[in-house]
Design a protein around this ligand. Structure first.
Ligand SMILES: *Cc1c(COP(=O)(O)O)cnc(C)c1O
Length: 378
């Protein structure tokens, strides 16, 4: 048996499928579902997550960059892949060659595509993005009609979708949400007035899937909820999402030290009593933030143990004096559940002043992902 690195991110594919089915139940059978798997599937591993998604009822995958789309194609994915964060001229050829579907926000991108359409015999499908208030990608209102004229001039380019993205993270700012919806409807009208029929309208991320049925249109684009977390703590709606990732490691060293012993770089922690200190082989290079220094907690023996001293690149120390049963080699959970206790990415995010997305995406490439799949409870 090959020795396994003690730190692993356990990925529960059954939980992932459960979350995906919750989305499907919610939106019904007619609305298309694009599973968002960008950023290594929010840290969960893009290829295995995509394969799990595609064995359920999804109509495509969403990535940020061309490179991510290429990885999926090389892994044998044949379904539609939407490249949502734009592309550069030198990526155009690969985009077409691999049959990826670009989201377009700038007329120059049409020209790049047009110059390369000979690469493929298929029509080149695109989704057009409208900036309805995010202030990031997308055409502004006045740019829409000229853009459509230009797209229409090329017989090989086919507009498959019209999309936009919400700026408000939990959609509680109703006036802003209404304004974005109105701008999106207006974009649709402008385009339909030019006698162009767009098959797929889409705008809904997880927040809108949970809280704004009017934004579902023809397709939804869930990301974070597939990984088991609501987009913000406020939106933890009555839907039973199951966290997919458990980040765990094992105690690699255990020592009893006298009172007055300083722990880790900078001597920022000194024991006040005789203490049992466990060393964990995980650090900021694994995505366990240095911000947890003297602040974080990990689960050992089903209880919370405090991080003491600075988190190092490869190691973190915890005070386990109050957990009498602890032994060398015992499991420590940094994200997830152990026994009766849970450290959710949601709670960790609140403590660090960030969002669960960042906590999950931070788990670095050094951490092996271990995939588990059990029976799916119906
Ligand atoms: C990341 C992303 C999503 C998914 O958002 P969640 O909040 O994770 O559901 C949807 N649409 C676009 C354009 C995105 O970039």
């Amino acid at each position: 048996m090959t020795p396994r690195h003690p730190t692993i991110a356990e990925i529960d594919l059954t939980a992932f499928r459960h979350n995906l089915r919750l989305v499907r139940q919610r939106i019904g059978p007619r609305c298309a579902l694009l599973a968002v798997v960008k950023a290594n599937a929010y840290g969960h591993g893009m290829i295995p997550i995509s394969k799990a998604a595609l064995s359920e009822t999804v109509q495509g995958l969403g990535v940020a960059f061309v490179e991510e789309g290429l990885q999926l194609r090389r892994a044998g994915v044949t379904q539609p892949i939407l490249v949502m964060a734009g592309f550069l001229p030198e990526e155009t050829e690969a985009l077409l060659e691999y049959g990826l579907t670009p989201v377009i926000s700038h007329p120059d991108q049409l020209d790049w595509l047009r110059q390369k359409t000979e690469i493929t015999t298929r029509p080149v499908g695109i989704h057009v993005k409208i900036d309805t208030g995010m202030g990031r990608l997308g055409l502004l209102e006045k740019e829409i009609a000229p853009f459509i004229e230009r797209a229409r001039a090329s017989k090989r380019i086919e507009i498959l979708g019209l999309m936009s993205h919400f700026a408000d993270d939990d959609l509680t700012d109703r006036p802003s949400v209404e304004d974005q919806l109105a701008r999106f409807e207006n974009a649709r009208k402008v385009i339909e007035a030019m006698e162009i029929k767009i098959p797929l309208l889409h705008m809904a991320n997880s927040a809108a899937i949970l809280g704004l049925e009017r934004a579902w249109f023809d397709m939804v684009r869930p990301g974070i909820m597939l990984y088991g977390y609501p987009p913000s703590s406020q939106s933890s709606a009555a839907i039973s999402l199951r966290p997919v990732m458990t980040l765990k490691t094992r105690i690699i060293h255990l020592k009893r030290v006298p009172a007055g012993t300083s722990i880790s770089y900078g001597r920022t922690f000194t024991t006040r009593r005789e203490s049992l200190i466990a060393v964990l082989p995980i650090g900021y290079a694994d995505g366990y933030s240095r911000a947890w220094s003297n602040r974080g907690q990990v689960l050992i023996g089903g209880r919370r143990a405090p991080v003491v001293g600075r988190v190092c690149m490869d190691m973190t120390m915890v005070d386990v004096t109050d957990i009498p049963t602890v032994r060398l080699n015992d499991e420590a959970v940094l994200i997830g559940s152990q026994g009766p206790e849970t450290l959710s990415a949601d709670e960790l995010a609140r403590q660090l002043g960030t969002i669960p997305y960042e906590i999950l995406c931070a788990v670095s490439h050094r951490v092996p992902r271990l995939y588990r799949e059990g029976a799916v409870p119906s």
